[in-house]
Design a protein around this ligand. Structure first.
Ligand code: AMP
Length: 188
């Protein structure tokens, strides 16, 4: 199996690139943010639980993440691999994911981070707010999401560097150029 994590702060283009990668390499795309937005839209039990958390830009509790991941992965036992987008976001989630992978006799193959300057992130997220009306794309929540990223998610860089799985790609430029760079890293 080939299991890839597309890593980066909010607004770095993880979603856009993950979809393209999943399509090109025949992998299953898992976006935990999309899963939560869907649950909220459908007013499910999970949706009701996470609505106010996501609207504040805070992280959903780790226990809930691994449960959801397990059920999605169970549905795709025959896949060639997964592209994880927006997951893991904490060290606990990364450890849970490693354990889950081990149970499937698999592992994380590669983590690629999209490197984008903070000013550019805020500009992109504010633009996206106009297009999609995402409730967590307001200036105040954006600042909190970036703070949460630095505090809780960024430590994962060291976690994966230690495992020699971490690669960085410059995330500014055209979607196609960034995609080509990602493919080069994946193919090498
Ligand atoms: P995203 O679309 O990836 O930016 O996710 C939107 C929101 O969903 C985040 O701000 C969190 O509130 C929640 N979320 C998504 N993925 C995770 C995760 N791996 N751990 C905790 N919360 C998450």
């Amino acid at each position: 199996m080939f299991n890839l994590i597309i890593f980066g702060p909010p607004g770095s283009g993880k979603g856009t690139q993950s979809i393209k990668i999943a399509e090109k390499y025949g992998l299953i795309h898992i976006s935990t943010g999309d899963i939560f937005r869907n649950e909220i839209r459908n007013k499910t039990e999970i949706g009701l639980k996470v609505k106010s958390i996501t609207e504040k830009g805070e992280l959903v509790p780790d226990e809930l993440l691994i449960e959801i991941l397990k059920s999605v992965m169970d549905k795709h036992k025959e896949t060639k691999g997964f592209v994880f987008d927006g997951f893991p976001r904490t060290i606990v989630q990364a450890e849970d994911l490693d354990n889950l992978m081990k149970e499937e006799k698999s592992s994380i193959s590669l983590v690629i981070a999209l490197d984008v300057h903070e000013d550019e992130l805020v500009t992109r997220l504010l633009n996206r707010a106009k297009e999609t009306g995402r409730k967590d794309d307001t200036e105040e929540v954006i600042q909190n999401r970036l703070k949460v990223y630095h505090k809780q998610t960024k430590p994962l860089i060291e976690f994966y560097e230690k495992q020699n799985k971490f690669e960085l790609v410059h995330g500014v430029g055209s979607i196609e150029d960034i995609f080509n760079e990602l493919c080069e890293v994946i193919d090498s």
